[in-house]
Design a protein around this ligand. Structure first.
Ligand code: PHE
Length: 342
């Protein structure tokens, strides 16, 4: 009887070894072990008939059972160990092709408008102007009222403004930074204020969001000729060649006298071309002497101080310097365009 049990146990072990030798994955080894060692597995089946045996017989079959179980455990451990060893060897022998070219790391670059803004700011900083900024969501007071553009003033139409309720606007120009600076600083003041502005304009030459650069100089004696000299210096430095500028009388409520600023067309050096529509001149911004009414609004004594202010478009400058012939290229995010300036 007991011999019969032992034979069965041995047969189960042999069957297990056979199946184990065929297993090629860790999962299949584990599954096989779980099946053979489970309470309903083949080993346990053999043990079920043990209850008919005598005490001594039971003891010796019990030992045989434990031995068989131990054998299966040992075989499983050895098999798993051999898998681990194979993996380790494969890793150590892996083939590294040191001649494969490295992966290209794309380098980012500043947007053309950001570059041009910086170029402009740097030129004015070179003249001693400091940087100033203001919020894009601005009060009606800073955007208009303090700049001598009261409600219902026709000049409000010049800046077709996005209103955010009655008192707040998306600033339609950088001129509110003049007001903020004069409110927070005593003259003398010399600042350059670049920034984003918004207008209800959308056509091939206008974008509802664009960039301006504002300048303000307030000092004991600031003259109209200083304004012209500063802008002349800017144009000649920015374009890196000799170009004339000219002022045309114009009206902005916050300056008196006011002017529109033209420069000789940088494409044809003033000879006349498609960009300047044959005139030889292109407009680059507005400028003038700070109106005493503006000084009064920020408590600066206009008997003691004089000043000039100007505002120019960054997109315009970039277009003239780099030959960008459509404003939409700036905002489309087309890498073929952007990469030309990286
Ligand atoms: N703020 C004016 C505009 O946006 C430009 C300007 C600035 C004119 C400063 C005169 C002085 O059109």
């Amino acid at each position: 009887m007991t011999q019969g049990h032992r034979d069965k146990l041995e047969a189960v072990c042999a069957e297990f070894s056979e199946l184990l030798s065929e297993a090629v994955t860790e999962e299949s080894v584990r599954a096989l072990a779980a099946k053979y060692l489970s309470k309903k597995g083949p080993l346990s089946e053999v043990m079920k008939s043990m209850k008919d045996l005598s005490g001594d017989e039971r003891k010796s079959v019990g030992q045989a059972f434990n031995k068989a179980k131990g054998q299966i455990d040992t075989e499983v451990a050895a098999k798993l160990q051999s898998f681990a060893e194979e993996k380790r060897k494969a890793y150590l022998n892996r083939w590294i092709d040191v001649t494969v070219p490295g992966r290209q790391q794309a380098t980012g670059a500043l947007h053309l408008l950001t570059q041009v803004q910086k170029e402009c700011v740097d030129i004015f900083r070179g003249l001693g102007f400091g940087m100033a900024t203001g919020p894009q969501i601005e009060t009606d007071f800073h955007s208009f009222e303090a700049l001598a553009i009261p409600k219902n003033h026709p000049a409000r139409d010049m800046q077709d403004t996005f209103y955010l309720g009655d008192e707040m606007v998306l600033r339609p120009h950088t001129s509110p930074v003049q007001i903020r600076t004069m409110q927070s600083q005593e003259p003398p003041i010399a600042i350059i204020a670049p920034g984003v502005v918004y207008r209800r304009d959308d056509d091939p030459t206008h974008s509802p969001m664009f960039m301006q650069i504002e300048g303000l100089w307030v000092d004991k004696v600031v003259r109209f000729s200083d304004l012209k000299g500063v802008l002349w210096h800017f144009v000649n430095t920015f374009f890196g060649k000799s170009l004339e500028i000219r002022f045309r009388p114009s009206y902005f409520p916050f300056v008196e006298p006011g002017a529109e600023v033209d420069m000789q067309c940088s494409f044809c050096d003033g000879a006349g071309c498609g960009v300047c529509k044959g005139t030889g001149w292109v407009e680059i911004g507005g400028a003038g002497m700070v109106d005493p009414a503006v000084f009064a609004n920020v408590n600066v004594d206009s008997e003691a101080w004089t000043g000039f202010a100007f505002g120019m478009g960054i997109e315009r400058m970039a277009m003239l310097k780099y030959g960008v012939n459509d404003i939409k290229y700036y905002y489309e995010g087309d890498l073929r365009f952007l990469r030309q300036f990286s």
